[in-house]
Design a binder for this molecule. Structure first.
Ligand code: TRP
Length: 459
């Protein structure tokens, strides 16, 4: 076991899993998806999907992880279902794909930390120039990958968890402070209205696909990261309660990030449809408005903490293929980390170039019926987050309900939760894994794939 490294039980699985869940997905991606998805209607769908469709998947992943103490591929074999190994391997590949572009954006966040420290508040208006400059953003991406390599190769226990315990609450406090500041600005209420008053005519298959992908992505579900983390959970820990806590914390932070951002967007007269640049375009102006030193301090601290949140997520994404290589192929941990990191970085190069540097990759594909082209990085997100993660959710819940079977899952859930049998939680999880997740997820995934990639207009 020692070879696997991993997380110290002492500081708790909830903290580590929350560290994986809370990241760029909450603070960078969620607000821009809301902006593109028409506002509050997207928020409502996202919340619904998190609690109804993603939560049972989280419970299942933790249970499989704790039962088997293994990486996603090894886990299915250990339960006696070697044929399902492919699902684990698929998840590992999907995570690798996600990390390839996640690392690029994490590099942007770190680069913005440097720009804030230098007092370059106009970086917001130069976002396009910034991402186009391949040597600079490439350099930041390499630096960020080195941070991740450093932590994962030491085995993930110790330092980073302790740091997360202090830094995450600081980030939350900072966001709350910024929410309060945002409320004092002109036009703030227009932002709040956009964010909180739903216009259900904004719902279509594209927004459904993004909200669903966002729910899985934000909670780190569907590819086995939480199976890996589940392998570090103590037998006397209550899995259902832990899953609820992680979900609430993650959703809560995303919600706060949106509450902070939209008043800023509206008070600066910016476009909610700003895509991947939304927070990077909006926030520097906000920090500048705080004035001189205060702006430098708050702006620098914000992007530093954001980078840190991203780091606890890149660590979890890298840990999955690494634990696979260590457990299944007996590769030495340090070697495995380097090997996987280099592969991930190379796969990420097209994403690095897809934000202005390469015309072909920036205008990579125009979906049938779409008005404007989609860049390569966003395209990878549509495939990996929005399609593969929910497909992973379908298969994991079907596996638990129909192959591994309810009794075995329940036995695992009862450990640490003696009153589980007969409880509301039991019925909720059972209904989720047997019917709701497989059925509803399948319908949503099939419809949204047909619409997005094949231009079929269903409604
Ligand atoms: N959930 C993280 C975020 O919101 C990203 C992430 C980390 C992730 N590990 C994952 C997404 C595993 C999918 C699967 O930033």
């Amino acid at each position: 076991m020692a070879q696997r490294g991993g997380f110290s039980n002492r500081l708790g699985f909830v903290l580590a899993a929350a560290g994986s869940a809370v990241g760029l997905g909450n603070i960078w991606k969620f607000p821009f998806e809301v902006g593109q998805g028409g506002g509050a209607a997207f928020v409502a769908m996202y919340l619904l999907f998190c609690f109804i469709l993603a939560f049972p998947v989280m419970v299942t992943e933790i249970a499989i992880g704790r039962k088997t103490q293994l990486n996603p591929a090894g886990a299915y074999t250990a339960l006696g279902y070697r044929k399902w190994r492919g699902l684990g391997v698929l998840g590992i590949l999907c995570g690798t794909l996600i990390l390839s572009y996640y690392n690029v954006v994490a590099g942007w966040a770190f680069g913005y930390f440097v720009e804030m420290i230098l007092g370059n508040f106009d970086i917001g208006t130069r976002f396009g120039e910034f991402t186009r400059d391949i040597t600079t953003v490439g350099g930041y991406a390499i630096v960020f990958m080195l941070f991740t390599i450093f932590i994962v190769s030491r085995g993930v226990s110790g330092g980073i968890e302790k740091a997360a315990k202090i830094l995450m609450p600081t980030l939350i406090a900072m966001i709350i402070g910024l929410v309060i500041y945002a409320m004092t600005l002109p036009n703030a209420m227009k932002g709040i209205e956009f964010y909180l008053v739903p216009d259900f005519s904004e719902i279509n298959l594209k927004t459904i696909r993004s909200a669903l992908g966002q729910a899985f992505f934000s909670l780190s579900l569907g590819m086995g990261a939480i199976i890996t983390y589940g392998s570090y959970v103590d037998k006397n820990e209550n899995i259902v309660a832990s899953a609820a806590l992680i979900t609430l914390a993650d959703v809560g932070i995303a919600f706060l990030a949106g509450l902070m951002l939209f008043p800023f967007v509206f008070s600066q007269g910016l476009d909610t449809n700003g895509g991947a640049g939304l927070i990077f375009i909006t926030l520097p102006g906000v920090f500048e408005s705080l004035g001189g030193h205060l702006g430098v301090i708050i702006g620098g601290a914000f992007f530093l903490l954001l980078s840190f949140a991203a780091l606890t997520s890149t660590v979890s994404l890298l840990e999955v293929p690494v634990s696979y290589a260590v457990d299944e192929h007996r590769v030495e941990r340090k070697k495995a980390v380097l090997l996987v990191a280099v592969i991930v970085f190379i796969i990420g190069i097209p994403s690095l170039m897809a934000n202005g540097y390469s015309k072909i990759l920036t205008n990579f594909i125009t979906y049938i019926g779409a008005e404007s082209p989609t860049d390569f990085m966003t395209f990878v997100g549509h495939i990996a987050n929005d399609t593969f993660l929910p497909v992973g959710g379908i298969l994991i819940t079907m596996f638990a309900a129909y192959v591994w079977k309810k009794e075995n899952l329940n036995r695992e859930l009862e450990a640490g939760y003696p009153n589980f049998k007969g409880s509301f939680a039991e019925k909720y999880v059972d209904l989720g894994i047997r019917i709701i997740c497989p059925l509803v997820l399948s319908i949503l995934v099939i419809m949204s794939v047909l619409e997005t990639f094949f231009g079929v207009e269903l409604f």
